[in-house]
Every structure is written in structure tokens, then in C-alpha cells.
Design a protein around this ligand. Structure first.
Ligand code: PLP
Length: 439
């Protein structure tokens, strides 16, 4: 099949996510390796977003493929009520890798299902029903996760069920570098305590937070916020659930983003980087007291593909590769290179508002004037951003251009030379947006 046929049939007989079918213009992909994906024509694209911030070890790793082939020959599927060696091995490995008292895991097919099950676990465990989450968040596309989500994808999915309470993020939308982080934290936690009072503290089961906000800005929390939040929630018996679907598995330079902030949540959810997306898999990890509760109380949840042997084996191999090939260290080291490239481009291009990154988890914001007005409005697009996206695609850099920002999330195996080559393409792309800078 040639590229045109691929595109035509995919568009005719399959639906694309988050879009009207006629509006999509998919890249035809034949193969992918390391930090690159290739069209049938041979055209090469840098994968500067690890697909959906998820192919963390890079594409097509031979060790993972070998482990998957071996598992295909051993055991492909048994129902979730069985015990398998791979389930035993991976669960023990996760108990060792996830910090603190999180030692027990429930496997799902992806991030949304991990959050759905965390929501259920929190409600069953506490006997309460309300759930807090933040406006600048994404937690998945299933019905309940759409109600947890604060970003605009929630709006066409409303009204949802009762009991979902949305709160403000610590960072104001138009914060400036240099704002007093401790004051921001103090103000936000005071405000949250007031919300908890108004909602009835004994009605609230849990609060969901992305440890580092992903799609909605790559926002690391202000100083002291997450630790303070955990203390505040614990005071009222409210569980803290960290959604690490995007921030986890090495993206920030640590296996889990919460390791940067000196606290352990009650429940953590992850997916994406767990298998580097080679197979669909997510998980909810619960702390010992919650695990203990479900030893004597039924967990009312299940999935045909819970603990799927092939997915678990893939996770095991992908984790081994990440650790053996020192990808956390690489993310930390090259995060510094990304930081200095972002600074260089901010200095050089008037249309750059700022760049943020922690490890290889990054985003750059563009502005249309020196007052910092964004190059496209919240939940909107603009000609300048459209042209930037087209430039990246033309020049072989795949990433997400969204609203007035674009993502910088390469696989964690990227080399310094490759990273600099990506920023060289970005540098030229920003000449395009500079033409829209109004002064
Ligand atoms: N939570 C976060 C923070 C995410 O970024 C995503 C996906 O992008 C999800 C949950 C949902 O994961 P999935 O698409 O695997 O259901």
C-alpha cells in the first residue's frame, strides 16, 4: 500500500481521536526506530513528543521485542483470576521501584482506566463520594475521567455525574517567572482548605493531581505545594491521588515525578511509559492501608484484559531497558541542554514568551507582543501557530503544537547531538512566528 492509499482508507474506515474526520491530515508511518519515525517514502521525522509523551525508551527497542516474542511463545492470555509468573515478577518489581508504602497494583489497559479504578478505590475505601481535581488537568477520555479533567475537552462531555468539584491550580494562568512561589503555595492551600470546608470535608474521598501538569502546560508545582497539599488532605482524611500517566516513568528525570517533591501519595496511577507504549497497559498503585482494606473488602472492579501476560512482560522489559541504559540520567543531563537551548531561543526570538522543562518534559510558549499576550488564545488557534506546525512537519520534526505553545518531549534515549539538531529546526521555525510578533 502506498502512503496515499493508507491515508485514504484510514480516514474512510476509521475514526480519529479528538477531531472531525475530514480535518485530520495523518502522517503516514511505515516504521519507527529510536527517536525517528519514517514515512513509506523514506522521509524521516524526529519524534519530539515520544508520540503521546509515551514512547519513553524510544521506538522499536530490540530487547523489548525479544521479550515480547518470548512471551508470545510462552503464554498469551489467561483470565485475571489466575496467577502467572510474569504477573508475580512485575508486581514485585513495581513494589520495589515505586517509593514509600505503595506496594500493590491493579492493572488496566491505559491511563484513563487506571484513574477510573483509583476513583472507585478511593470511594470504596473512604465511603465518601466527592472528588476534587484541578482546572488545568487532563485525566483521560472515559466518562468519569472527562469529569475529572479540567481542560476544555471536558466541556462537550458535560454534564457528567455528580460530585466532581473543580479547583484552581496553584499557578495563575498568567503567572510570571519570579512570582513568589511560597506565597503562591500558601494562598492556594488556604483557598483549598476553604473549598474543603464549603464542600463538607467528610464528603470528599480524594483529590486527583497531575504531579507535574502535562498537556496543560508542563507546569512543575510551586515550592512546597505538593507536600503541603498532602498534609492538608490527610488532615481531613482525603486521599491524594497522583496521576503520573504522563509525568511518570522517567520523563522528568526520576522514575516518578513525585520523587522530586518529598512526599508519597496514597494512590499513584501510571500508563504510557510503563511499556513505552509498546503494549497498552496502565496501573493503579495503592498504599499499604488501602491494599489491606481490599484484602477483606471486595474491590468492585474488573477488566477482561487485567494483568494481560503480554502487556506485563512488555512492561518488565521496557523498565529494564530504561534502567540498564541509564535513561533517567540521560533525561536529567539532557534536560540541562534543553533548558539552555530554550534560554537561547527566548533571547533570540521575540515571539518566544518562555520555555519550561524538567528532565525531558518541556514546553515553549509563544507570544504576539511584549506584554506576553499568547500567540493563540486559551483553547484557540492562530495563523502563526498553524504555520509553525506546518513548518515542523515539512522539516521533519514531529511534535504537538497546541494553542500558543508546543511540546518538547523526545524519547529519553535521545543524544545531545540529536537534541541540538531538533532545536536547530525549532530555531528556524521561530523565524516564522517572529513575523507575527507585533512589538
Ligand atoms: N492522565 C494523564 C495525565 C494523561 O496525560 C493521559 C493521556 O494523555 C491520561 C491520563 C489518559 O491515559 P490514556 O489515554 O492511556 O487513557
Amino acid at each position: 500500500m502506498n502512503a496515499d492509499e493508507m491515508i485514504e482508507l484510514c480516514k474512510k474506515h476509521s475514526m480519529y481521536t479528538w477531531s472531525a474526520g475530514n480535518a485530520v491530515s495523518p502522517i503516514p508511518v511505515e516504521r519507527a526506530e529510536g527517536v525517528f519515525m519514517y514515512e513509506p517514502s523514506g522521509k524521516r521525522h524526529y519524534d519530539f513528543n515520544s508520540q503521546l509523551m509515551s514512547v519513553n525508551i524510544g521506538h522499536h527497542h530490540p530487547k523489548v521485542r525479544e521479550a515480547m516474542k518470548d512471551q508470545v511463545d510462552k503464554l498469551l492470555y489467561v483470565f485475571p483470576g489466575t496467577a502467572t509468573e510474569v504477573r508475580a515478577r512485575l508486581s514485585k518489581k513495581l513494589a520495589g521501584l515505586v517509593p514509600g508504602n505503595i506496594n500493590t497494583f491493579f492493572y488496566t489497559l491505559g491511563g484513563a482506566e487506571a484513574n477510573e479504578n483509583a476513583l472507585k478505590a478511593a470511594r470504596y475505601y473512604t465511603g465518601r463520594h466527592k472528588i476534587l481535581s484541578r482546572y488545568r488537568s487532563y485525566h483521560g477520555a472515559t466518562n468519569a475521567c472527562m469529569q475529572l479533567t479540567g481542560d476544555p475537552r471536558r466541556i462537550p462531555n458535560e454534564p457528567g455525574g455528580a460530585g466532581f468539584v473543580k479547583v484552581m491550580d496553584p499557578w495563575p494562568y498568567n503567572y510570571k517567572f519570579g512570582d513568589d512561589e511560597e506565597e503562591i503555595t500558601r494562598n492556594n492551600l488556604e483557598y483549598l482548605e476553604e473549598v474543603i470546608m464549603y464542600e463538607g470535608h467528610d464528603q470528599i474521598a480524594a483529590m486527583f493531581v497531575e504531579t507535574i501538569t502535562g498537556t496543560n502546560g508542563v507546569l512543575a508545582p510551586p515550592k512546597g505545594y505538593l507536600k503541603g497539599l498532602k498534609e492538608l488532605l490527610s488532615k481531613y482524611g482525603i486521599l491524594m491521588i497522583c496521576d503520573e500517566v504522563m509525568a511518570g516513568w522517567g520523563r522528568s528525570g526520576k522514575l516518578f515525578a513525585f520523587e522530586h517533591y518529598d512526599f508519597v501519595p496514597d494512590i499513584v496511577t501510571f500508563a504510557k511509559g510503563l511499556t513505552s507504549s509498546y503494549m497498552p497497559l496502565g496501573a493503579m498503585g495503592v498504599s499499604d492501608p488501602i491494599a489491606e482494606h481490599f484484602k477483606t473488602n471486595v474491590f468492585w472492579g474488573g477488566l477482561t484484559y487485567n494483568s494481560h501476560p503480554l502487556a506485563l512482560r512488555t512492561a518488565e522489559a521496557a523498565i529494564d531497558v530504561m534502567l540498564e541504559e541509564n535513561m533517567l540520567e540521560n533525561a536529567t543531563q539532557l534536560g540541562k541542554v534543553m533548558r539552555s537551548e530554550m534560554d537561547r531561543l527566548t533571547e533570540k526570538h521575540p515571539s518566544v514568551k518562555e520555555g519550561r522543562c524538567i528532565g525531558l518534559f518541556g514546553m515553549m510558549d509563544l507570544q504576539k507582543n511584549s506584554q506576553g499576550e499568547r500567540m493563540a488564545p486559551y483553547n484557540g488557534t492562530s495563523e502563526a501557530m498553524g504555520k509553525l506546525g506546518a513548518f515542523f512537519r515539512e522539516n521533519g520534526l514531529f511534535t504537538f503544537v497546541r494553542w500558543g505553545s508546543f511540546m518538547c518531549n523526545p524519547p529519553l534515549c535521545i543524544t545531545e547531538e540529536q537534541l541540538l539538531e531538533c532545536f536547530e529546526i525549532i530555531d528556524r521555525g521561530l523565524d516564522v512566528t517572529d513575523q507575527y510578533f507585533e512589538g
